[in-house]
Design a protein around this ligand. Structure first.
Ligand code: ADP
Length: 444
């Protein structure tokens, strides 16, 4: 190697060789002449040392620059050790890098094979990465949409609220541009979020077809049933009818009435399901509504009703749909009456509770075994079919209660013990609770 006016030979004479065993100081002492000669030799030696160090530094720097393609330089002593350490660190780093790349490629391959879309979001809900399915479903563009807040691309108020606080079962949004329905589910993952996207257009359309079919069929059945009931009413009242036909005609009238109730309930359920919006916010005098329902139940000619106990807060009103709230409360009260013997008690409590309000309908009737509780609000689910039929239930009452409550932002809780009685609690959120208006307070 040539460097700064020194040849390799000069350096090898002046400095320790690779083994580093030569005693330079001793050689200087024994060989150097006195005075200027000695000074010149020392200067030469220092310059030599610096030159050698500089040459090694230069080789190290050049190798570091091209280390991806070049072997490390063969230098001995301390430089050799430094190079060996750097080489080790570099090899380790390369190994980790290869492993990470391999894992990333594997992840990309797997995520591309997923039938669901996957979007990685930052803590601020900006898009960091997405797979091909997500790009297709959400119309994302690889270069353009990275770093864009997801709420800018999926514009839906329900999704925005869910994104702010991802909990529960996710949301289904309508992508108007493509007329597709997507189920979006956001999972917190450390300081970022993973969003799963699934196309549920087919399921939503099938569900809509089912709802439309039930609504149309119920609607079509309504008119013929009204005509049949009308003729049966006339025939039952007709004195010319042979006595042996009286009982069958009364039974036919009862069954026609039952069918009309089922059709009415189906229509009400269809109407509740058809509207995705929340119920209106009209003021409803709940205590008066509950008193009316109890009056009607007491006057019902069908059964001998149980005793009623009422604990109603007259100052607690609700904002909602009076028709739907009537339907919720009357279904709960009529069930309590149906499944409680005449000597039992039905207790109604109405008032504020924990910021919201609640209606409790408690009975001392036959009760319900625990295995039935989770299924009670399903359509046509009955604990005892024969008994429910004899009592004249449609099997739709609690479904109507559940949907009606959902439209009011509320929920239904059921507690029961077989043979002891049941407690149905309808909870309403604070935003639905209303103090009795002042004008009404003055009058009463
Ligand atoms: P139904 O019209 O048959 O009463 P619902 O949907 O109102 O239909 O109720 C579903 C089932 O839940 C009923 O068939 C009955 O078995 C049970 N159920 C509802 N309310 C009560 C209650 N208060 N006590 C005992 N069982 C009840």
């Amino acid at each position: 190697m040539k460097c700064a006016g020194f040849s390799n030979n000069d350096i090898s004479v002046l400095f320790p060789d690779k083994t580093g065993t030569r005693d330079f100081a001793h050689e200087q002492n024994t060989k150097a002449p006195e005075g200027a000669m000695a000074g010149g030799a020392t200067g030469l030696a220092v310059g030599g040392i610096l030159g050698w160090q500089y040459a090694n530094l230069f080789r190290l720097q050049s190798w570091l620059r091209h280390r991806a393609h070049e072997d490390p330089p063969d230098i001995g002593g301390v430089w050799g050790e430094v190079i060996a350490i750097i080489s080790r660190i570099y090899r380790r780093k390369q190994f980790h890098k290869r492993r990470v790349m391999q894992q990333f490629r594997e992840f990309r391959r797997l995520s591309a094979a997923l039938p669901d879309g996957v979007v990685l979001l930052s803590a601020g809900r900006e898009i960091r990465w997405f797979n091909r399915t997500a790009a297709d479903l959400l119309g994302l563009r690889r270069k353009v949409d990275i770093g864009i807040p997801i709420a800018n691309l999926v514009r839906d108020p329900e999704f925005a609220a869910y994104l702010a606080k991802p909990a529960g079962n996710g949301v289904v949004v309508h992508m108007r541009g493509r007329d597709a329905w997507l189920a979006l589910f956001v999972i917190p993952a450390g300081d970022q979020y993973l969003m799963l996207v699934r196309d549920v257009t087919r399921e939503v359309r099938l569900e809509q077809m089912r709802k439309d079919f039930v609504a149309n069929a119920s609607h079509e059945l309504r008119s013929p049933l009204t005509v049949i009931s009308g003729y049966l009413d006339e025939l039952v009242e007709d004195d010319d009818i042979a006595p042996e036909w009286r009982e069958p005609l009364l039974d036919m009238r009862r069954q026609a009435q039952r069918m009309r109730e089922i059709v009415e309930d189906l229509l009400e359920l269809s109407r509740l399901e058809a509207t995705a919006d929340e119920a209106p916010m009209a003021p409803v005098d709940m205590p008066a509504l509950l008193e009316r329902i109890v009056r009607e139940a007491r006057a019902s000619p069908a059964d001998s009703p149980p005793r009623f106990e009422l604990h109603l807060d007259p100052g607690c009103w609700l904002r909602g749909s009076e028709t739907e709230l009537y339907s919720i409360a009357s279904n709960l009260v009529s069930n309590a009456v149906k499944y409680t013997p005449a000597e039992g008690t039905v207790t109604l409590r109405w008032g504020r509770e924990g910021g919201g309000a609640r209606l409790v309908v408690q009975d001392t009737g036959i009760g319900i075994a625990p295995e039935h509780l989770p299924r009670l609000t399903e359509r046509f689910y009955r604990v005892d079919r024969a008994r429910a039929r004899a009592k004249g239930g449609s099997g739709l009452g609690l479904s109507i209660v559940k949907h009606g409550l959902q439209r009011h932002g509320g929920r239904l809780e059921i507690a029961s013990e077989e043979g002891q009685g049941s407690t149905f609690t309808a909870q309403f959120p604070a935003r639905r609770v209303l103090a009795r208006p002042a004008a009404v307070t003055k009058v009463s």
